[in-house]
Ligand binder design. Structure first.
Ligand code: RUQ
Ligand code: CUA
Length: 655
């Protein structure tokens, strides 16, 4: 134990040392600074070349930036309620956050990944995982809205996710915390040998719809990160593990005892065939699957109660373990699919495995025993090479289009560029400070785009003006087109950017939806013109069918609501112009506002507490007469008999 503690102490010291050092070299001046400025300058009215999607971490969301400018274009709500537009509050979207634990209004999002065709990112959807209450979301890149969220049963800490295979056949989820499988009440210190680590493969249909295909019942290690094979290794998936010690306490020390943990190599094609031929057994599960239906503009939420469990020991050749030093974190596959890189967090070396050597080793049965019945391959047999003493605390690796790899080092706070095949370090640049992930556009694909790299840093202090004890995390943009990486720009992110994905703007912008067509609005409570607006009472529930158009609501005067009523405002935006949303807010609402896109219907609930005449208004500055876009609701005391009456411009309907 003592050696380990010392080891960690040395790393901590090194961190302080390197941070101080870098401080002095941080700034650039003169000609260098102006050439960097030119490279990131996107003049007013011009568009960026790339969309970059940054994970929001504990914000639960996904933020969109333009590159190279670093301008934030949008925040897309995914796993968290978003009062800015009513996501997760409105009647239509609140079920998107339904889980088997009830409504979960927050999430910890980690790793976005863009859908692929033939190993190239295609810009149809972006997936992102939720770590805390295990889920995967699919976001449409036509609407930039979350369309689907699937919960992952029997998983705990969905971290090795949400990476997709070469043709988006599957998106994966692996449990970071091993747990009883299925969950049960048992003593914690009986973990070893009794907990399991299920890996879940979710099939993605041509329309994007996700269904869990199977769950692989793996030994109870922590499955940290994963990446798909590509090219020759298409059909395989690789997962790093740590805590192969299976310790249940003080993991900081106890999970660092083994000299090597594993990368699990999973032949999903083989397992998928096995399952197609009736293999596996169904087991009980409880999970919720939420799909946003564009036709009715509402969420369809379904609770499922079984999954297909597969025992890898029943399928010869399905899973192998490759020993990898020192609690590996990142698990990255190069564009050719030949190299699998495992970054041991507590090592200064990077381990590169060879896919072809792995196949030979399997063929020649070069095993070093097994772990719970899964063959462990001989370390030397799969080893392609080692990048020696590249830095301290390696985490993640990405690739360019010229045979180079880029690895982040958290402790020595730098990005190190090295050559595939020769394993030599060719450049290193400090990051400010303590970089976690990095991202190169198309980094998880056959065709990375070697123009820009961003480092996503954990510590920001002194890079921006202080904003109290909390600073937003910092991202740094590097030009990687030359031999040396060149720092161009710092920009703040929102939440914690664990990983990101980027794509050329051309691949998305033409498909971007501008409006929802009113003639396709099949929302149950839509009023697609003002003549359809009305109030309908059902007991103490009142449904208001309301419309918006620049610059009034219809109706804008409503009477006959009583304290004790529950009012549903179903607001349809009649606009058919790009970028003309209207908002809806009403005093004392216990939810949020609504932001309604052109052609859309959204619903907010309101339970008036006090008699009076209460205003509502449009929150989005939509026209010169936006301030006039308002109305009044008369609320009478409970038990009063004020008749319902609604209208616009003193023309009333009543009942
Ligand atoms: S993990 S560094 Cu999800 Cu590396 Cu963030
Ligand atoms: Cu509508 Cu402001």
């Amino acid at each position: 134990m003592k050696t380990i503690t010392n080891f960690i102490a040395v790393f901590a010291l090194a961190a302080i040392f390197t941070s101080c050092n870098q401080n002095d070299e941080g700034g650039k001046s003169g000609a260098m600074a102006s050439s960097a400025a030119e490279k990131v300058y996107v003049s007013p009215g011009e568009h960026d070349e790339y969309y970059a999607f940054l994970s929001g971490g504990y914000s639960g969301n996904l933020t969109v930036y333009g590159l190279p400018s670093g301008r934030m274009l949008k925040e897309i709500p995914v796993f968290s309620q978003f009062p800015t537009n009513g996501y997760g509050y409105s009647e239509e979207t609140k079920d998107m956050l339904k889980t088997s634990f009830g409504m979960v209004p927050w999430g910890d999002s980690h790793h976005p990944d863009i859908s692929q065709t033939n190993g190239e990112i295609d810009g149809r959807w972006i997936f992102i995982n939720e770590n805390n209450t295990p889920r995967i979301a699919r976001i449409s890149l036509e609407t930039f809205e979350t369309e689907e969220i699937i919960e992952i049963p029997h998983s705990a800490g969905n971290h090795s996710s949400s990476y997709v295979t070469e043709n988006t056949e599957y998106v994966v989820a692996g449990t970071r915390f091993s747990v009883p499988y299925p969950q049960q009440d048992m003593p914690i210190d009986e973990m070893k040998g009794n907990f399991r680590g299920p890996l879940t493969f979710i099939a993605v249909g041509d329309d994007g719809h996700m269904e869990i295909d199977f769950q692989i019942d793996m030994p109870g290690f922590n499955y940290d990160l994963s990446h798909p094979g590509r090219g020759e290794s298409h059909g395989w998936f690789f997962f790093t593990t740590y805590n192969t010690e299976e310790s249940h306490t003080m993991q900081e020390v106890n999970a660092s005892q083994n000299d090597k943990d594993f990368i699990a190599a999973v032949n999903w094609k083989k397992i998928s065939e096995y399952v197609e031929n009736g293999g596996g057994e169904t087991m009980d599960a409880e999970y919720v699957h939420n799909v946003f239906d564009h036709d009715t503009q509402t969420t369809i939420s379904t609770t499922k109660n079984e999954v297909l469990r597969v025992d890898p020991r029943d399928i010869p050749g399905a899973v192998y373990f490759m020993p990898t030093p020192k609690s590996p974190h990142g698990c990255d596959v190069d564009p050719s699919g030949e190299y699998i890189i495992g970054n041991g967090k507590l090592s200064s070396d990077l381990t590169v495995h060879s896919f072809s050597k792995m196949l030979d080793a399997i063929e020649n049965e070069e095993f070093d025993g097994d772990a719970y019945g899964i063959p462990v391959l001989n370390f030397e047999s799969t080893l392609a090479g080692t990048v020696k003493e590249a830095g301290l605390g390696p985490l993640h690796t990405e690739f360019d289009d010229k045979g180079n790899a880029y690895t982040t080092f958290f402790i020595s706070s730098e990005v190190v560029k090295w050559k595939l095949d020769t394993w030599e370090v060719v450049d290193r640049q400090p990051s400010y400070y303590s970089v976690g992930h990095l991202m190169i556009s198309g980094g998880n694909s056959r065709k990375p785009d070697g123009k820009y790299m961003i480092s996503l840093n954990k510590i920001t202090k002194d890079r921006y003006l202080p904003t109290g004890p909390e600073l937003e995390h910092s991202a740094q943009l590097f030009d990687i087109s030359g031999d040396k990486m060149e720092l161009l720009l710092d920009f703040p992110t929102h939440g914690e950017p664990h990983y990101a994905a980027a794509i050329k703007a051309d691949k998305i912008k033409e498909n971007s939806k501008k409006i929802y067509r009113l003639d396709e609005n099949n929302h149950k409570y839509a009023a697609v013109n003002e003549s359809e607006t009305k109030m309908v009472r059902e007991g103490n529930e009142v449904h208001v069918y309301m419309t918006t158009v620049r610059s009034h609501f219809a109706p804008d005067n409503l009477e006959g609501i009583h304290v004790g009523d529950k009012v549903y405002f179903h607001v349809t935006n009649l606009e058919q112009d790009f970028d003309v949303p209207h908002g809806f807010a009403v005093i004392g609402a216990n939810t949020s506002e609504l932001l309604i896109m052109p052609g859309q219907t959204k619903t907010i609930t309101w339970e008036p507490k006090k008699p009076g005449v209460w205003p509502f208004y449009c929150t989005d500055f939509c026209s010169a007469l936006h301030q006039e876009m308002q109305g009044y609701i008369r609320v009478s005391a409970e038990g009063a008999n004020t008749p319902m009456k609604w209208g616009l411009d003193d023309e009333y309907t009543s009942n």
